[in-house]
Design a protein around this ligand. Structure first.
Ligand SMILES: NC(=O)c1ccc[n+]([C@@H]2O[C@H](COP(=O)([O-])OP(=O)(O)OC[C@H]3O[C@@H](n4cnc5c(N)ncnc54)[C@H](OP(=O)(O)O)[C@@H]3O)[C@@H](O)[C@H]2O)c1
Length: 273
């Protein structure tokens, strides 16, 4: 992404999942490039802290939206809140699975909420916002997928399904919108050192080790938007994708499950949620 991001994309960026980790760091990088920021997550206090930091460091305008994406009316409330703004850049970061448990060990509602947050809300936001970008002939959209979306594994069945959706949706959008001046990029992440991953690992008595730093993800996001539909982030993901592509699916599923169990451990430690 060039320094003239405001000219290339428009005045405002909407970062969904901006209270910490990748979303907060991305918001900072976009503010440094002159974009005003709409910051969305559930925790108002954390959003306020991020917004204050952006205003102080970069002198940009900010707006915060404390909205839970699993609520039925989430997309409608977001669209109403940004109706008067020219959203030229949309990043949908929120999407991790806080549980990492077998599908049948969780209430069906947990999977349905994840599907709403990771797929349905995404469609409901992208349709009108990308539509306006296409009319203006400029815009940028950044989506997040996961290695769990490349192959099925125990403990990530529903999550991985939503991430496969995000990947394929993003690639299709790229093909449709590139000729209309709108850049779309889907980043496919492996283990990334975010607060959410740290919390999940801590629950399982594990520490984050060897994960991709958040700064590397942000760097890829800025550098790769406008240069193709998809980017595997980190050497491990790029090698993993190639290996998975040549294996029979039965081998790929078994191998990925073994590797995932090795990094995530057997299960939550006693006393954790
Ligand atoms: N970290 C990894 O190892 C990893 C690996 C592969 C893919 N990814 C992908 O990378 C993206 C970012 O992941 P992450 O690890 O940073 O964790 P995450 O929980 O997806 O993202 C954190 C941000 O999303 C917000 N958020 C989460 N659920 C929300 C909800 N229901 N409504 C509104 N906001 C919500 C959080 O703020 P609040 O808590 O304040 O709401 C926070 O700002 C996700 O799409 C994930 O699938 C991550």
């Amino acid at each position: 992404m060039p320094m003239s991001s405001r000219t290339r994309y428009g005045d405002w960026a909407l970062v969904v999942g901006a209270s910490e980790g990748i979303g907060a760091a991305l918001a900072d990088a976009l503010a440094a490039r002159g974009l005003d920021l709409v910051l969305l997550a559930r925790r108002q206090e954390s959003l306020d802290e991020v917004a204050q930091g952006l205003e102080e460091r970069h002198g940009v305008a900010t707006k915060t939206l404390a909205i839970d994406l699993t609520d039925d009316d989430a997309a409608a409330r977001i669209l109403e809140a940004v109706a008067d703004l020219e959203i030229g850049y949309l990043a949908v970061c929120a999407g991790a699975d806080p549980a990492y448990r077998p599908f049948l060990d969780q209430p069906l509602e947990a999977a349905e909420a994840m599907l709403r947050r990771n797929c349905l809300v995404l469609l409901r936001l992208v349709h009108p916002l990308a539509g306006r970008m296409a009319e203006r002939g400029r815009g940028g959209i950044l989506l997040f997928s996961s290695g769990a979306g490349l192959v099925g594994m125990p403990n990530t069945a529903a999550y991985g399904g939503t991430k496969a959706f995000d990947l394929v949706f993003g690639e299709g959008l790229w093909a449709e919108l590139a000729p209309r001046g709108v850049d779309v990029l889907t980043l496919v992440l492996g283990e990334t050192d975010t607060p959410a991953l740290r919390r999940l690992k801590a629950e399982r008595g594990r520490r984050v080790a060897g994960a991709t730093p958040v700064a590397a993800v942000v760097e890829e996001a800025l550098r790769r938007l406008g240069h193709g539909p998809t980017r595997m982030v980190g050497a491990q993901m790029r090698i993993g994708e190639r290996v998975l592509a040549v294996l029979p699916r039965i081998t790929a599923v078994r191998l990925a499950g073994r590797m995932s169990a090795r990094t995530m451990g057997a299960g939550p430690t006693k006393g954790s949620a």
